[in-house]
Design a protein around this ligand. Structure first.
Ligand code: SF4
Length: 278
């Protein structure tokens, strides 16, 4: 049996955009780079899941689905709204679980209890936490509006609730050197996480970071594809062996990218990293 994630837009917002903790958002963020074509927040959750199932129909003979709340902060709403949206997704035939992307400062104990109960009922439940960096100086610089302590607290509380946890980390944020990035593996190896998604910093048109990059390009670690492959291979070789690698590189739409221009799809970057690891 194959599991396929179906991306959904749950109509959630982000506390770093709606004024709760900030208004400008993270300096690298461009939310329209998130969603695939079948995913429209104007449709109900059920309609989005059904559209996703049609999109992937026939990919494998025996498929089940995970409802993937990726856009914005997928736990940022009162519990009764979250419950209604998650349960609507789980009510669609062949949906066997949830993957929920969110910020570390949006993971309340009430949500964790609810997700833990869903897991006990037999659903596959996974949270993806946007950590991005384990340096407060970097988080401040890119206007994340949460701290490393928020990240550590969320990771430990997810583990205490028995939730499978994936962390996102961005490679190449301004101010971080190669050594800074590699040193993060020492922190990660001590944390009760299950998986990691790595992605290169992509500077996208229309973001605050694009302006910063234009003003001070020397502040950014301009990685060639070979630099990135070597760095990620070294990073992975230092990680605890039970940590799954769920992503090796990101891919925003090419017409939005200012830098870097590698001309490779994520799968091609992954192959280069795998070759390097071997
Ligand atoms: S990256 Fe996530 S947390 Fe940051 S502004 Fe965008 S949606 Fe909000």
């Amino acid at each position: 049996m194959k599991l396929q994630k179906i991306m959904l837009d749950g109509g959630f917002s982000c506390p770093n955009r709606d004024g709760h903790v900030g208004t400008g958002g993270c300096t690298f963020c461009r939310t329209d780079a998130f969603n695939p074509s079948y995913c429209r927040s104007s449709n109900t959750i059920r309609e989005q899941v059904e559209a996703g199932k049609r999109f992937f129909a026939g990919k494998y003979p025996d498929m089940k689905y995970l409802a993937y709340f990726q856009a914005y902060s997928g736990t940022y709403a009162p519990l009764d709204i979250l419950r209604q949206r998650y349960e609507e997704a789980l009510s669609v035939e062949d949906v066997v679980g949830l993957v929920i992307g969110t910020r570390p400062d949006c993971v309340g104990d009430d949500v964790l209890h609810f997700l833990s109960d869903l897991k006990k009922k037999g659903f596959l439940i996974s949270l993806e936490l946007g950590i991005e960096s384990f340096y407060d100086s970097t988080l401040k610089r890119v206007n994340r509006a949460h701290t490393v302590q928020d990240s550590l607290s969320a990771i430990h509380r997810c583990a205490d609730a028995g939730i499978d946890t994936t962390i996102h980390l961005m490679i190449g944020l301004p101010g971080e050197t190669r050594e800074d990035i590699l040193a993060e593996t020492d922190i990660i190896n001590r944390l009760p996480i299950h998986a990691i998604k790595l992605h290169q910093l992509q500077i996208l048109k229309g973001t605050a970071m694009a302006k910063e990059f234009t003003r001070n390009p020397e502040d950014f670690y301009a990685m060639s594809i070979d630099d990135y492959v070597e760095l990620v291979a070294t990073f992975i070789s230092r990680l605890r062996k039970d940590i799954r690698i769920e992503r090796f590189a990101a891919a925003a739409p090419a017409n939005l990218i200012i830098a870097p221009h590698w001309g490779l799809k994520p799968g091609e970057v992954q192959r280069k990293i795998e070759e390097k690891l071997q």
